[in-house]
Ligand binder design. Sequence first.
Ligand SMILES: O=C(O)C[C@@H](Cc1ccccc1)C(=O)SCC(=O)c1ccccc1
Ligand SMILES: [Zn+2]
Length: 171
Amino acid sequence: ALLPILAYPDPRLRTIAQPVAVVDETIKTLIDDMFETMYDARGIGLAATQVDRHVQVIVMDLARDGEEPQPQVFINPTITPLTDETKPYQEGCLSVPEVYDEVERPARVKIDALDRDGKPFSIDADELLAVCIQHEMDHLNGKLFVDYLSTLKQSRARDKVKKVLKAREKR
Ligand SMILES: O=C(O)C[C@@H](Cc1ccccc1)C(=O)SCC(=O)c1ccccc1
Ligand SMILES: [Zn+2]
């Protein structure tokens, strides 16, 4: 089912997600609903926090339109930077629609997580995967990419989101 995506500055986006104790049917249904919601919103990632479910679940698909989908699931993820080098990237967020700005993050990270069957795995990530997993991990910790921007840019982002949501209501 399509789930409503919380929009900045909704305070529920600031909730800290709890670890998943058992990867049961409710979690598997949540994962399916998160993928449906992410694809419908044309995103490349989605954290459970964004759909008001406060558990440590992230879905991602970095494949471009027309390419074979590459769905990825990260349950109870932890991230360890693999380098002190940071890289800027023009980020966006489904909870801060039509706002894009540059954020600096560690260039390469190690991700430890459980997959959709509850099996542990580790991957070293760079480029867009590193950017996206850190952006999603922030969501699980109640953080948004706009928090890294100036107060002026944050105020402009709030105004922009209000405008975008108003325009969507009319459609
Ligand atoms: O809000 C989210 O978590 C989804 C977000 C993930 C993300 C995109 C880009 C950089 C970091 C994290 C999005 O999918 S935004 C929409 C999008 O597809 C996109 C935006 C900018 C660059 C690349 C993709
Ligand atoms: Zn986001």
